[in-house]
Write a protein that binds this ligand. Structure first.
Ligand code: AVJ
Length: 333
């Protein structure tokens, strides 16, 4: 006999997938493109297989990596104000992951009495499904419309708004985009917003380079493992033979661009074979592969990026130490 309530719960969850194996195709394309360039480079999204996601969770707990705690502090202190300013009936979350911080926002919207729908978009189907199941139980009356996809390619699959919405892009992930793509991404997000809607954007802030570099080069070496994990992903998915131990983790703050760069530096000259691409890749001793940029912001720079996407700043919310900012923005009037 079905448990009471099961039917209702099922009806309030809908999950659409747009991935159909395009993940490993995009890895192959990125590896072919990025490892044959004069300056080798890979996009950071390939860090996050299940091991990489676990390492990232450990990074968030590190004493040096303040970002997750700072963002949570802001959310906990200001969620009520965000709920009041936006009057949102739906929360769209790009890169929702385990939806850990989401609950702070859902709590505030639920207390304000406006919450109706949660729309998580993430590449990891299992996480979207399990958080959807948990959230419809925790928030009676909530419906969840999950979108399995890549926020760089599948924003158009986010369903039209049913009421005032907040689109949240948390964690500082916008910092992974170089300036041109960052503005393209913000324009894409702006297309999800009507006159009544808001963007809630998390960004790490420019600060003492020693603090920034420590956050990306922790004493325990977790970030170094996370960085080298991309080589394990390539070995497994593309039948390659990189030895991660041949590469040294490098994290430096580029003061001119105001971004952190993570690189993998070959400790010796080597040739790796990537069988699935029928390709050999040569590294000279000391040659570097750029694996991530993580831009750090000032309020002025962020306002410029928002304006270029047709958005205007409504609230600039920071933690007590001004390490991280949550920006509430809306379509420019
Ligand atoms: C998840 C992209 C915000 O840039 O700080 C953490 C990823 N890289 N440590 C960041 C990351 C190295 C993180 N973001």
């Amino acid at each position: 006999m079905p448990r009471a309530g099961t039917g209702l719960t099922r009806e309030s969850i809908r999950i659409d997938s747009h991935l159909d194996g395009s993940g490993s195709r995009s890895l192959a394309e990125d590896v072919l493109d990025g490892l044959t360039r004069p300056f080798k480079e890979l996009p950071p999204k390939h860090f996050y297989d299940s091991h990489g996601a676990e390492l990232f969770d450990r990074i968030c707990e590190l004493p040096e990596y303040y970002q997750t705690r700072a963002e949570r502090e802001i959310l906990e202190q200001r969620a009520e104000e965000i709920a009041e300013l936006t009057g949102a009936s739906e929360l769209v979350e790009l890169g929702s992951g385990t939806a850990a911080k989401t609950r702070v926002l859902l709590d505030a919207l639920s207390s304000a009495g406006t919450l109706e729908r949660y729309i998580p978009l993430d590449v990891t189907e299992s996480m979207v499904r399990s958080s959807a199941r948990a959230l419809v139980e925790e928030y009676p009356g909530l419906s969840v419309h999950g979108v399995i996809g890549d926020f760089e390619r599948h924003l158009e699959h986010i369903p039209p708004a049913l009421g005032p919405r907040v689109v949240a892009f948390l964690g500082g992930t916008i910092g992974n985009f170089p300036p041109g793509s960052r503005r393209r991404m913000l324009r894409g997000i702006a297309r999800l917003l009507g006159a009544e809607d808001h963007l809630l954007l998390g960004t790490d802030l420019v600060k003492d380079p020693r603090v920034l570099e420590a956050a990306y080069n922790d004493a325990e070496g977790v970030t170094a493992e996370f960085n080298r994990n991309v080589l394990r992903v390539i070995n497994r998915e593309l039948d390659a033979d990189f030895d991660p131990a041949d590469f040294e983790h490098v994290a430096i703050f580029d003061e001119h661009h105001e971004w952190i760069e993570m690189r993998l530096r070959a400790r010796r000259g080597l040739v790796a074979t990537i069988a699935a691409l029928e390709m050999d890749v040569r590294f000279d001793a000391g040659e570097e592969l750029r694996t991530e940029i993580s831009a750090k912001f000032t309020r002025e720079r962020l306002q410029g990026d928002l304006a270029a996407a047709g958005l205007e700043l409504v609230r600039w919310l920071t933690d007590a130490e001004q390490r991280f900012a949550l920006t509430l923005a809306r379509p420019s009037s």
